[in-house]
Design a protein around this ligand. Structure first.
Ligand code: HEC
Length: 118
């Protein structure tokens, strides 16, 4: 009898936990399947984290102002944002702007893998 009570107590919790788990997996699946595009996904990341330095006329560093420029430099962009933050080549410069989130870096990588759609 005691055992049955215990099971009845635990059951609702495990159902809740199982549901949480499956919704999370669903979201991850969607994120993986999503087609990344420059205009929807990449441009806002660059605009948020790489301005003004890489945005002419103010920025005088390698410009990442449009699709063609970002596409051309995607390999070095990914390389820089993935460096350890104490590397002096890390972008964006540590004391100037917050680092990209893991999710943002993943979007850049995915965009490159998917063939860099505009
Ligand atoms: C506060 C100004 C600043 C911001 C913001 C900034 N950068 Fe830079 N970036 C620089 C400077 C200065 C250099 C040149 C020195 C060097 O190569 O480290 C540079 C160089 C680079 C280079 C090498 C370019 C080349 O010609 O080889 C890449 C790639 C780069 N940045 C990517 C980024 C990315 C991606 C972001 C945004 C996530 C970013 N930077 C944000 C200042 C900035």
């Amino acid at each position: 009898m005691k055992k049955l009570k215990l099971v009845l107590l635990i059951l609702p919790f495990s159902i809740v936990l199982m549901n949480c788990n499956s919704t999370k997996k669903g979201a991850e699946y969607k994120a993986v399947e999503k087609k990344i595009s420059y205009n929807n996904d990449i441009k806002p990341i660059i605009a948020n984290s790489c301005t003004p330095c890489h945005m002419p006329p103010q920025g005088r560093k390698e410009p990442f102002e449009n699709y063609a420029q970002v596409k051309e430099h995607i390999a070095s962009i990914i390389e820089r944002v993935k460096l350890p933050q104490d590397n002096r080549k890390f972008m964006p410069p540590v004391n100037k702007k917050p680092a990209l989130t893991e999710a943002e870096v993943a979007v850049l990588v995915k965009w490159q893998e998917q063939g860099m759609q505009e």
